[in-house]
Ligand binder design. Structure first.
Ligand code: AMP
Ligand code: MN
Ligand code: MN
Ligand code: MN
Length: 279
């Protein structure tokens, strides 16, 4: 298992990625990925085209999604893997999050208008291939296009994160609902990129405890945004909570991601790799 190249976290134009789902699968196979999960935010539209290419190229494929949730006022992401993509409970839950996205996008555009940045809703929508999945990433691309910042990272730092003028609070799904939808559809729930949440260690441990209590089973240990120290740290937490360990690039596109598909370190040997469920 340790020599299998698996990547269980990436995005296509079905959410805020830059490549169509079929191209994501093709690029993954070209990079040597043997087992891929596409995990678009709150939408399953990319799964069928990605799976078709995976089948054609002989690459394994697992259904995935990255669900946006809010817990004690902070937003977190929970990845669902290996579910039935037709399941009504999961599909209805994701549809409710998508409806909330459009409302948030309008409020973001108003907040930006208040600091004299005009036309942000239309501008962001022009970058969203899937109009139901309007994201801060699309706003960021528009703000780069109009010359406000040099790249999307500086847009996030200066405009789109908590405390900045274009950021608005939003009620996403609850932790309990997100895990329940994934499990209802037969999937495994995994905490995405735990190193990215700006909360205390104590709060993160409470979050992980609640996640386990409501039926969560896995945690990303190796991801595109974790340093080697963070890999050690989250490996320790995976052992402590008895979580399955996941590995994913969080690839969004060649221009916007630090880590390309499948170009990831191996998991520490003693962890139980999530891919074992799917091979
Ligand atoms: P949303 O789901 O609309 O709140 O947008 C969140 C998305 O924005 C994430 O999935 C990332 O793709 C992107 N994002 C968040 N923070 C940053 C950042 N600091 N730099 C670049 N992209 C970011
Ligand atoms: Mn994203
Ligand atoms: Mn995420
Ligand atoms: Mn992601």
């Amino acid at each position: 298992m340790s020599d299998l190249n698996w990547d269980f976290h990436c995005h296509s134009t079905a959410s805020d990625g830059l490549l169509p789902a079929a191209e994501v699968a093709r690029r993954a196979a070209g990079n040597g990925v043997q087992l891929l999960a596409l995990t678009d935010h709150d939408d399953l539209a990319g799964l069928a085209p990605a799976r078709a290419v995976a089948d054609e190229l002989g690459m394994g494929f697992v259904n995935g999604v990255e669900v946006s949730i809010e817990w004690e006022g902070t937003s977190f992401h929970v990845v669902g893997l290996g579910f039935d993509a037709e399941h009504p409970v999961l599909n209805e839950g994701l549809a409710s999050i998508r409806a909330g996205r459009m409302d948030r996008a309008r409020r973001m555009a108003e907040a930006l208008d208040a600091i004299a940045i005009r036309g942000a809703l239309e501008g962001a929508m022009a970058f969203a291939e899937n109009p139901h999945l309007i994201s801060r990433a699309h706003f960021a691309r528009y703000l780069v296009q109009i010359g406000l910042c040099k790249d999307v990272h500086s847009v996030f730092e200066n405009y789109l994160t908590p405390g900045k003028p274009g950021y608005v609070d939003h009620r996403w799904a609850t932790l309990e609902d997100a895990v329940a939808w994934i499990r209802a559809a037969g999937g495994v729930a995994v905490v995405a990129h735990p190193g990215r949440y700006k909360i205390s260690n104590g709060a993160l441990r409470r979050f992980l405890g609640e996640f386990k209590d409501v039926g969560g089973e896995g945690i990303e240990v190796v991801t595109g945004s974790h340093s080697p120290d963070q890999v050690h740290h989250f490996a320790r937490l995976a052992r402590h909570y008895g979580f399955l360990a996941s590995r994913g690039s969080d690839f969004h596109g060649p221009q916007e991601s630090y880590t390309d598909l499948g170009r990831l370190a191996a998991l520490p040997d003693d962890l139980t790799p999530l891919c074992a469920r799917f091979v």
